[in-house]
Design a protein around this ligand. Structure first.
Ligand SMILES: Cc1ncc(COP(=O)(O)O)c(C=O)c1O
Length: 283
């Protein structure tokens, strides 16, 4: 059961947690979030997630309400109180509760902090494939900020779902950015390509792990623009995220990718990923 949440210093039941209608997160989506996978009760890449959290808070000039030591204690307590094991930790920080609805201001507010846990449903034995649809990236120009303003992501992800696909892959003027909830990699002639870091994509923590693992495995990895044509003609395509790890995309709309099976590079990196996770848990 994952029904204990942390809200502004208190551990309470999920269905009892309440925020003010004047919270700027509620009124303006004036806040950021973070999602941290937890394997066997151990948070994965915690330092990197906390650094991204700091980066996002800095972009919005929201003061970080906690030191990293405090965050680690909150997360550890929440893991314990929610039964441990494999979990996904969701952190949500808004600028706080204003006196009234007003776009400007908010400098002196005390941030609202919510941390929740939910089960992490990752099948470590079998690689989870997916299919995708290719859609125009209708999001804003600060996709590097993990903003709680996810309306376009939600619309795009739902559009994919309605078409019977597990992800929406996005492009801006024919240049691939990322998925609606994930980063993108492609493989051509055993070389790996992923869009370079910019304000148009989220700097995924899983993306960074995969880049490290690919380079350690001696694969040539390019961080550069990928066109729609390159995507559709790739030998392999996969998406990455904290909750899906590496998920091969076997079909994009009507186009079968490669031979429609899990490719050898995805298979190898998925296996490296599992080994890497286990090595951290045993430490
Ligand atoms: C838009 C978007 N890009 C990329 C990612 C992957 O980021 P991470 O690997 O840190 O989970 C996510 C994760 O939710 C996302 O929402």
């Amino acid at each position: 059961m994952t029904d204990t949440v942390y809200l502004n210093g208190e551990l309470i039941a999920k269905n009892q947690a309440k925020i003010s209608i004047l919270d700027r997160g509620f009124l303006f989506s004036d806040g950021i979030y973070e999602v941290i996978p937890v394997y066997s009760s151990a948070p994965f890449r915690l330092e990197q997630h906390l650094s991204r959290l700091q980066y996002c808070l800095d972009q919005l000039s929201i003061p970080n309400p906690h030191s990293n030591i405090e965050w680690k204690n909150i997360i550890r307590t929440l893991i314990e109180r929610n039964g441990g094991g494999h979990l996904s930790i969701y952190m949500h920080i808004t600028r706080g509760v204003g006196l009234d609805r007003n776009h400007i201001g908010g400098e002196s507010l005390s941030p609202t902090v919510l941390v929740m846990a939910s089960p992490l449903t990752i099948n470590e034995q079998a690689i989870q494939t997916t299919t995708a649809t290719l859609l125009e990236d209708t999001r804003w120009h600060h996709c590097d900020i993990k903003s709680v303003a996810l309306l376009s992501n939600v619309m795009l992800r739902n559009q994919a779902e309605q078409l019977g696909h597990g992800e929406a892959l996005l492009h801006r003027n024919g240049v691939i950015t990322e998925g609606s909830t994930s980063n993108i990699f492609i493989v051509k002639h055993r070389e790996v390509y992923t869009p370079k870091q910019s304000n148009l994509i989220l700097g995924g923590i899983t993306r960074d792990v995969i880049i490290e693992l690919a380079e350690n495995a001696g694969l040539r990895l390019h961080q550069e623009n990928i066109s729609k044509e390159q995507l559709l003609n790739a030998d392999e395509v996969w998406i990455s995220s904290s909750t899906r790890e590496i998920s091969p995309v076997t079909q994009i709309d009507d186009k079968i990718i490669g031979n429609g099976e899990i490719g050898p590079v995805a298979k190898a990196l998925h296996s490296e990923f599992q080994t890497f996770k286990k090595s951290l848990i045993q430490d």
